[in-house]
Design a protein around this ligand. Sequence first.
Ligand SMILES: NC(=O)C1=CN([C@@H]2O[C@H](COP(=O)(O)OP(=O)(O)OC[C@H]3O[C@@H](n4cnc5c(N)ncnc54)[C@H](O)[C@@H]3O)[C@@H](O)[C@H]2O)C=CC1
Ligand SMILES: NCC(=O)COP(=O)(O)O
Length: 339
Amino acid sequence: MENDTTASCPIIAITSGEPAGIGPDIILSALSEQRFSARLVVLADPELLKNRARLLGLNVNIQVLSSTKEVGIHEAGKVHVLPVTLGKNSTAGILDITNSPYVLETLKQAGEGCIRGKFDAIVTPPVHKGILCETGVHFSGHTEFFQAQCQSPHVVMMLATDAMKVALVTTHLPLKDVSAAITEESISLVVNALHKDLKERFGIAHPRILVCGLNPHAGEDGHLGKEEIDVIIPTLNKLRLNGLDLIGPLPADTLFTPKYLDNADCALAMYHDQGLPVLKYSGFGNAVNITLGLPIIRTSVDHGTAIDLAGTGKASNGSLKVAIQHAINMANNAKKFPK
Ligand SMILES: NC(=O)C1=CN([C@@H]2O[C@H](COP(=O)(O)OP(=O)(O)OC[C@H]3O[C@@H](n4cnc5c(N)ncnc54)[C@H](O)[C@@H]3O)[C@@H](O)[C@H]2O)C=CC1
Ligand SMILES: NCC(=O)COP(=O)(O)O
């Protein structure tokens, strides 16, 4: 019976994130404080976790495994680790380029394990994009990393709190490049992927999506920008012919008000800083970041590496707990309704 229960629990891979950031701290505290109904395995250097637990004064039982077959159902205070070796001992709060290959290796192993069915989902604590880029690789985010690894034609970044969901047409793009990236193709791919996953992964039978304009006042009839008239409105009209329930484009400053949000399932922003500040204002510390459109399940936290808090015990683990729980729920749903 115990074995049946164990086998039916999803295996969730948790990467360590940037070793000098708060990733190790929040993994240790979250897995100590709460029991999750899943087999959790952390891809990390065991010494990093042991050192950080000592620094934080956390009494955690860190068990190093050689295979996922050894992972039992999570118990509060126990951390199962599949070892990945750091380039160099990491000091909390001090970024070191020597450890960038380690960070990328944890992501690579997590993605490969998920693609091969060894893991049911990945949860990623934050990485520091800058220190990864300094090795010469272009790393703009986990979203794009897993998109490339899974060879997915298009993915969608969506952040969610209990109160709202916000998805993005463009992800980590310099602002000067956003307008050119708002095309019929990009909007259609994102809207279709979002609609599909809201139905299949979130059980929303008829998703209603609010769509932001790009310009102030959604272009004010073309007087404050033409992207709405030239691209966004015609594309939404075509998508509506397929039965999609799309409201907009609405001016982003009024879309994010209860009148609209209370009557829709998700808001779609045109770019990162149009949508995410609102979401973070409403629920920073308790939101989840989910990559839609991948063949695998990936969730993440709503915050960055918070280098200033690493090793201090002041980092909140709220978002990581929400990200782990979402990954478990999505993995259980995927088992119930295999594609
Ligand atoms: N999922 C990921 O991998 C993400 C990575 N990042 C990366 O993180 C790095 C730092 O980014 P910042 O813009 O400084 O954002 P940040 O989220 O690391 O820090 C912003 C502020 O929030 C505080 N904060 C962040 N997380 C907290 C937590 N769990 N508990 C309490 N306070 C918290 C920090 O102390 C700081 O004052 C960048 O390299 C960025 O690219 C940012 C967002 C997500
Ligand atoms: N603001 C969210 C963010 O930057 C996280 O990006 P990703 O690493 O999840 O792609």
